[in-house]
Design a protein around this ligand. Structure first.
Ligand SMILES: Cc1cc2nc3c(=O)[nH]c(=O)nc-3n(C[C@H](O)[C@H](O)[C@H](O)COP(=O)(O)OP(=O)(O)OC[C@H]3O[C@@H](n4cnc5c(N)ncnc54)[C@H](O)[C@@H]3O)c2cc1C
Length: 448
């Protein structure tokens, strides 16, 4: 029987895979491509009551919107045991089915910035929610610190029924693209490993259902843990442990004095552009703060309407934006937040090996900054566990493994954040798209 061989197989259905598909369709739409992704965990084991509670407590947004079989159950158990919040999901769309959509294209002088940003603006639906406010942006610069305000930008869906708008879900977008451009999607296929035949340069991909799929090139976007695991199961790497980094995250709830006065004394409501999208976005303002040499990202967030339905007073205060919270991500100028994890699937042993912290001067600057915006911090456990930011990276690009050095052929690329070696202080989607774009471009060179 003649084999059906794809020019490129894209593995995974998250934001990095969506980027790769868009780049391929833009450059060479005639290529025969397919997308292969899980939608359910291969393990039949269901989450226990205590794991469900753990999921609800540590990952509220994911718990609300995911089928329990789509969570990596073994990893969740391990994270519970080692007291981290590290999580991976097996749904079609990946993390991007739950994300906040925030895009921060802020390092305009960086290499390839113009090319990547033009690609994003052409292929994604980017919305700048503050644009209509016409408010002057805050900029303060002196020797010890600087603050620069950035408009939060969000990626919305391109395809929608009757004008429905929502934060982009890569899974829905990939399915719509496959209908439009007629490529095959293996939408519930859990990949186990691959074999590369050096004689004919063809990859044989094996799934848990013993299905075999053949491709001349593979683009791997299975996420920061599952891409290394897949490479290990395929005997491409032999590391027992990998290092995964993420943004250190602090969350500070606050009382918004301005909203309190406006609501209760002047009876004014803040009826701006943000309100229009508040159903699905919570980030209202964003700032990059540089204290001496380290950058910090400070986001001002408000809960979606009716978020605390069961606690009416809290619900009312949050609806009126009297209570909100600030998220602070630490840049990596001093230390990265890093975890070492064993790739043995029944164990997933974890150990935090590096834990950055805010120093006193940074804390002082953050408090002054919040006060200057009439935001009064409330007592809370501010420092969050490893995994809480979801901005993971670097598992195939650290001192123990360098994917680009061990790569045996230029027909394989890992496009997710495993192959990103460092990130700034801001949410990482711009870098994630950039990494996937540049690595997909390398694969496309094979067809020139
Ligand atoms: C609640 C939340 C809010 C967030 N907010 C933001 C934000 O505002 N801004 C920002 O920049 N980032 C944000 N992020 C992070 C962002 O969503 C992720 O960085 C990004 O979506 C990761 O995409 P990915 O394609 O690299 O990987 P993933 O999304 O992890 O995709 C991996 C894919 O591989 C599939 N898969 C895994 N293993 C297998 C296997 N063996 N076989 C087949 N398929 C497999 C999975 O099903 C999935 O489709 C947020 C994340 C979350 C969870």
């Amino acid at each position: 029987m003649k084999k059906n061989v794809y020019d490129i197989a894209i593995l995974g259905s998250g934001l990095s895979s969506l980027t790769a598909i868009l780049k391929i369709l833009e450059t060479n739409p005639k290529l025969k491509i397919c997308v292969i992704s899980s939608n359910k965990n291969s393990s039949k084991e269901c989450l226990s009551e205590s794991s469900i509670n753990y999921l609800k407590k540590n990952h509220t947004k994911i718990a609300k919107n995911i089928s329990k079989k789509q969570v990596d159950n073994l990893l969740l158990k391990s994270s519970k045991r080692y007291k981290t919040s590290f999580i991976q999901t097996f749904n079609f769309g990946g993390f991007g089915s739950f994300w906040g959509g925030g895009l921060f294209p802020i390092h305009r002088k960086s290499k390839n910035f113009k090319e990547i940003y033009e690609f994003i603006l052409k292929n994604f639906n980017v919305i700048n929610i503050n644009k209509k406010n016409n408010k002057k942006k805050l900029t303060i610069r002196n020797n010890l610190f600087e603050i620069i305000e950035y408009d939060p930008k969000f990626i919305f869906n391109n395809f929608h029924k009757a004008g429905t708008k929502y934060i982009i879900d890569p899974g829905k977008e990939i399915r719509s693209l496959s209908e439009k451009f007629k490529f095959r999607v293996y939408g519930n296929t859990f990949l186990e490993n691959f074999i590369f035949n050096k004689d004919n340069y063809i990859f044989t991909l094996s799934s848990s259902k013993n299905k075999k799929i053949y491709a001349k090139n593979i683009i791997i976007g299975l996420g920061v843990l599952n891409s290394p695991l897949f490479l290990k199961n395929s005997k491409f790497i032999d590391n027992e442990n990998i290092e995964i980094s993420e943004h250190k995250l602090y969350r500070i709830p606050f009382i918004n004095l301005k909203a309190l006065f406006n609501n209760y004394f002047f009876k004014q409501t803040d009826n701006n552009f943000f309100e229009k999208y508040r159903k699905f976005i919570s980030l209202k303002e964003s700032f990059l703060l540089k204290v001496i040499r380290r950058y910090l990202f400070i986001g001002i967030y408000f809960f979606p309407n009716q978020f605390f339905m069961r606690i009416p007073i809290l619900n009312k205060l949050c609806n009126k934006k009297i209570i909100g919270f600030s998220q602070i991500y630490l840049g990596n100028e001093y230390r990265t937040s890093t975890l070492i994890i064993s790739l043995s699937k029944n164990k997933f042993k974890q150990k935090i090996i590096s834990k950055p912290r805010l120093n006193l001067f940074e804390i002082f600057n953050i408090i002054i900054f919040l006060f200057s915006k009439s935001l009064i911090p409330l007592p809370f456990k501010y420092s969050l566990k490893f995994g809480s930011s979801y901005h993971f990276y670097g598992s195939l690009k650290n001192k123990n493994i360098d994917f680009d050095k061990i790569n045996i052929t230029n027909n394989i690329e890992v496009i997710d954040s495993s192959t990103i070696s460092s990130i700034g202080a801001e949410p990482s989607s711009f870098l994630l798209i950039k990494n996937s774009y540049l690595r997909t471009k390398k694969i496309l060179k094979n067809f020139e």
